[in-house]
Design a protein around this ligand. Structure first.
Ligand code: FES
Length: 84
């Protein structure tokens, strides 16, 4: 799904940059070629990046799942899975 309409960045692209070690949404955008414009997407992009890094620490992720907390991306897709 598209996260940044100004730049046409998808969640899968942001996740890929996060997996390379980037932890900041603004930095991720510059790595992808263009910085943020309106900034409306930055919170969601940061949640996606945080989710990638939480997956790298399985214990912390498992604890949040046990507590019944939704993953950051689930807050935006309202339970509908995206096909990217
Ligand atoms: S929607 Fe991403 S900068 Fe505007």
């Amino acid at each position: 799904m598209y996260v940044c309409l100004c730049n046409g960045y998808r969640d899968s692209e942001i996740s890929e940059v996060a997996r390379s070690g980037v932890r900041c949404a603004r930095r991720a955008y510059f790595e992808m070629g263009s910085g943020p414009r309106c900034g409306q997407c930055l919170e969601m992009a940061q949640d996606i990046i945080d989710e990638v890094h939480e997956e790298k620490t399985p214990l912390r992720h498992a604890q949040s799942m046990e507590a019944g907390q939704p993953t950051p991306r689930a807050k935006y897709n309202h339970g509908v899975s995206s096909q990217t």
